[in-house]
Design a protein around this ligand. Structure first.
Ligand code: ATP
Ligand code: MG
Length: 423
């Protein structure tokens, strides 16, 4: 036998038993975003490598070691998108979507990062993200965070913690950076190799280190909060005030810096302790410099991205059967040749009469018993039975698969009406 080919490490099939939950999440998010006036944008999965280098930043984990980059047949360097914001901004600039107007957009789809695969961390994973352009905030910052808070409520998720920080303006960050580098230099001996390098190239990223050996040095570092001036302070306070008024709890985490370079002022993450080490399910912030950095007229912007795999894992911990849009209402059992022929016609008539009906028809024959087994496995609530006797009498048997109820015999002419009553 030929050797079986397997999926690429860190890239996963989402099987039919799992897609119901994915769809439930996707539909809930889509509905929510539309209620706030955000519209979907779809961009290619491949972009010029340069786009990510310029937006995410050369000295970041993503660009330094996580991107899937290759030369295509023309010799262009292309990269499978590791995140969605860069492509979204590129598309907006390319199509003039930011000229004298605000844009509220969202996107979803697969992202690619060559990380070490583990629970909650994959090489192909999915994000749903949202971006708001042309608004300086803090009102829009607040709206964006409130959308995420409402999403957890819509999904029935509990126990998520909102962590909030501000990265200030580039000027404020510059002054802070000097103080931080001083602190890191004084503690050079305790830094790991990565951080020593980062200390010179991108010191704020040291704060994002996940190495426990460095926790103390990081905890003792000065915080950016101390270097904020009036405007940034007011911006931040307006958000915390708004959150308090809306009844959304938060904690200020001065170590929250985010792994991408384009952020300014507001940054936030939603974190859970129910998923082990990979507990951040949503991360975002303001990135006022990015549009200009990619060649556009400066435009303020804020957004976030959610990790779909991690949210699905959280949804799996909820009690009760997951909603499944593909579960049939009824399964049509067909006994005998005449029924097999009549079955599809009957089914089509029902579908015409009840456009919302989810009806699965037994195809390929089989004994009564095996058909009922399939009916049961389909998850349907009802079995509709059409056999020789039913054809002769012009009726259909209606059998309850999940409830203790008496089987009914319903006139074929009145079946649609009866099903409507039941469902
Ligand atoms: P982390 O600190 O977990 O590496 P990150 O800062 O790299 O996250 P972002 O680039 O901000 O993550 O992406 C937003 C969200 O996308 C994350 O909060 C997470 O939920 C999800 N995510 C990021 N990388 C992965 C991955 N490799 N596999 C699964 N989900 C991911
Ligand atoms: Mg990462």
């Amino acid at each position: 036998m030929a050797k079986k080919i397997q999926a690429i490490r860190g890239m996963h099939d989402i099987l039919p038993g799992q897609t119901a939950l994915w769809q439930h999440l996707e539909e809930t998010v889509r509905d929510l975003f539309h209620r706030y006036g955000y519209r979907e944008i779809r961009t290619p999965i491949l972009e010029m490598t340069e786009l990510f280098k310029r937006s995410i930043g050369e000295v970041t984990d993503i660009v330094e070691k996580e991107m899937y980059t290759f030369e295509d047949r023309n010799g262009d360097s292309l990269t499978l998108r590791p995140e969605g914001t860069a492509g979204c901004v590129r598309a907006c600039l390319e199509h003039g979507l930011l000229h004298n107007q605000v844009q509220r957009l969202w996107y979803q789809g697969p992202m690619f990062r060559h990380e070490r695969p583990q629970k909650g961390r994959y090489r192909q994973f999915h994000q749903i993200g949202l971006e708001a352009f042309g608004m300086e905030g803090p009102d829009i910052d607040l709206e964006v965070i409130l959308i995420t808070a409402r999403l957890w409520r819509d999904l029935g998720l509990e126990g998520l913690e909102l962590q909030l920080n501000t990265l200030g303006t580039p000027d404020e960050r510059h002054r802070y950076r000097e103080a931080l580098v001083d602190h890191l230099r004084r503690n050079r001996d305790g830094l790991d190799e990565d951080s020593r390098r980062r200390m010179e190239s991108n010191p704020l990223r040291v704060l994002d280190s996940k190495n426990p050996a460095m926790a103390e040095i990081i905890a003792g570092a000065p915080t950016l909060m101390e270097y904020l001036e009036g405007d940034s302070r007011n911006h931040f306070e307006a958000i915390t005030r708004g959150l308090a008024e809306a009844g959304v709890e938060y904690v200020v985490n001065p170590r929250l810096v985010r792994g991408l370079d384009y952020y300014s002022r507001t940054v936030f993450e939603w974190v859970t302790d129910r998923l082990g080490a990979q507990g951040t399910v949503c991360a975002g912030g303001r990135y006022d410099g990015l549009v200009a950095q990619l060649g556009g007229r400066p435009a303020p912007a804020i957004g976030f991205a959610m990790g779909v795999e991690r949210l699905v894992a959280l949804l799996e911990t909820l009690e009760g059967p997951p909603p499944d849009a593909a579960r049939p209402d009824a399964y049509l059992v067909l006994a005998g040749e005449a029924a097999a022929e009549r079955g599809l016609v009957l089914a089509e008539r029902l579908r015409q009469q009840l456009p919302k009906l989810k009806l699965q028809v037994n195809c390929g024959g089989g004994s009564f018993k095996s058909q009922f087994k399939r009916a049961d496995r389909s998850g349907a609530r009802l079995a509709l039975v059409l056999g020789e006797e039913e054809i002769e009498r012009g009726v259909v048997g209606v059998k309850w698969l999940r409830e203790e109820r008496e089987q009914e015999s319903v006139d074929q002419e009145r079946l649609a009406e009866r099903l409507q009553q039941i469902l």
